[in-house]
Design a protein around this ligand. Structure first.
Ligand SMILES: *[C@@H]1O[C@H](CO)[C@@H](O)[C@H](O)[C@H]1NC(C)=O
Ligand SMILES: *[C@@H]1O[C@H](CO)[C@@H](O)[C@H](O)[C@H]1NC(C)=O
Length: 455
């Protein structure tokens, strides 16, 4: 990777836009996937990954001056969102040195949690699968299954190695928003069902209005970026959940105010932030997932997620989402629910969600937003996200500990894992487990039951 000083040409950039920096060349790490029609009948695709724009150095197009430092915008370069996008560029990334992102072997991606670098340290990362140098790889998951291997053995309580799909634009929003000159090649256009407001550029404009630094390197602005999200895998060594999160919108949508669903507006926003989760521990089987459990997380295993439609076609209505694990050549069906008032099923459907929400006393905003059918509509064109993160809001307690934290853990739905609620405090987990990492490998998309073999 070489560094090139920006030339006078950058000054001549008169069009408004979230510009492209040229100080570091952008080279996407290779992560091929396979597309299968039957067991053993798979075709390789030469896909790559790209780092999300939010992690990148943002500087004035004419040189090295930061547009954003710590958790504050430079008010000279960024008096407002449009001007900022015109003045500032996001640059190429040194994946390994700066961010701890590597491909240990073909078809495998390793994400390190904390990476010491020349600027201090990087915490966590988020990458997207690309079909070409400037387009994300779009997935239609209906009537299909998605499969990959994971090694979470070095991912302790409080961390989240996440594999999920978000309904992002194929080109990162470049064609829809004239202010965005960088596009998917630089990891732009992120959105998810939490309508995150910590995203620096949304719809080709900087999110400077109302920006407040929360802690460390992040802040939040007035705008959020919403879209449907299918969480295939949110997990660490001790807990896991898979969760559909539909939205009222069917593409990446910028939100403001109530639509973002923050705080008291949680059940009035564009998206279902809670989702309808299947976490084996929370659903009553505490011995299914973890070190030395039925799915033994001390060593690698395979995760299969199937999207079954009502008529068994790729254009049908999503009916249920099934899960298998494969470890040591053995197919392990997902655990069955053991909660009073919920049928003993091991998959997600509208009925399961209704019963679970009622049993746990949770708001079924999943149904309000459209449930499985709405999720299915979004599943026709999703972008794959692979990440590792810690949780500055609630220490990942919603995944691996008791949540709400002040609720009685014996009340159904409160206990989600056996982790200490303090274990996920960001300052603690960053200090105690900087060497944590996750490896994802052998990603496959295919017809139902085509990507793995039952021994
Ligand atoms: C802010 O940007 C301007 C140029 O746009 C630059 O002259 C100034 O030094 C920057 N301020 C900081 C604190 O980086
Ligand atoms: C896929 O395999 C599972 C487990 O062996 C089986 O229960 C299911 O019926 C199969 N589905 C299809 C569509 O073949």
């Amino acid at each position: 990777m070489y560094k090139r000083v920006a030339t006078a040409l950058s000054f001549a950039s008169l069009v408004l836009g979230q510009q492209v920096g040229t100080l570091t060349a952008e080279k996407h790490p290779s992560l091929p996937i396979e597309v299968c029609t039957a067991p053993g009948s798979c075709t390789k695709e030469d896909t790559t990954v790209v780092l999300d724009a939010n992690w990148r150095w943002t500087h004035v197009t004419s040189g090295y001056t930061n547009c954003y430092t710590g958790n504050a915008w430079n008010t000279t370069a960024c008096p407002d969102g449009k001007t900022c996008a015109a003045n500032c560029a996001i640059d190429g990334a040194d994946y390994e040195k700066t961010y701890g992102i590597t491909t240990p072997q073909s078809g495998a991606l390793r994400l390190n949690f904390v990476t010491k670098n020349e600027n201090g340290q990087n915490v966590g990362s988020r990458v997207y699968l690309m079909a070409s140098d400037d387009k994300y790889r779009l997935f239609n998951l209906l009537n299909k299954e998605f499969t990959f291997d994971v090694d979470v053995s070095k991912l302790p309580c409080g961390l989240n190695g996440a594999v999920y799909f978000s309904e992002m634009d194929e080109d990162g929003g470049k064609s829809r928003f004239s202010g965005n000159k960088a596009g998917a090649k630089y990891g732009t256009g992120y959105c998810d069902s939490q309508c995150p407001q910590d995203i620096k550029f949304i719809n080709g404009e900087a999110n400077v209005e109302g920006w407040g630094g929360s802690d460390g390197n992040s802040g939040t602005g007035n705008y959020g970026t919403c879209c449907a999200e299918m969480d295939i895998w949110e997990a660490n060594l001790d807990a896991t959940a898979y969760t559909p999160h539909p939205c009222k919108v069917n593409e990446q949508t910028r939100c403001e105010g109530i639509d973002c669903g923050s705080g008291d507006n949680r059940y009035s926003g564009l998206c279902d932030k809670d989702g309808c989760d299947f976490n084996s521990f929370r659903m009553g089987n505490k011995d299914f997932y973890g070190p030395e459990k039925t799915v033994d997380t001390s060593k690698p295993f395979t995760i299969v997620t199937q999207f079954v439609t009502d008529d068994g076609t790729d254009s049908g209505t999503l009916k249920s989402i099934h899960r298998f694990y494969v470890q040591d050549g053995k197919v392990i069906p997902n655990s069955e629910t053991v909660i009073e008032g919920v049928d003993p099923v091991n998959y997600i459907s509208d009925e399961f969600c209704q019963q679970q929400k009622t049993a746990f006393g949770d708001n079924n905003y999943f149904a309000t937003v459209g449930g499985m059918a709405a999720m299915g509509k979004s599943l026709e064109k999703m972008v794959l996200v692979l990440s590792v993160w810690d949780d500055h809001a609630v220490s990942m307690n919603w995944l691996d500990s008791n949540y709400p934290t002040d609720a009685d853990p014996s009340k159904p739905g409160v206990a989600r894992g056996r982790c200490d609620p303090e274990a996920g405090l960001p300052e603690r987990v960053e200090k105690e487990h900087p060497d944590a990492y996750v490896v994802y490998s052998n990603l496959k998309l295919g017809a139902i039951n085509s990507t793995f073999t039952a021994a």
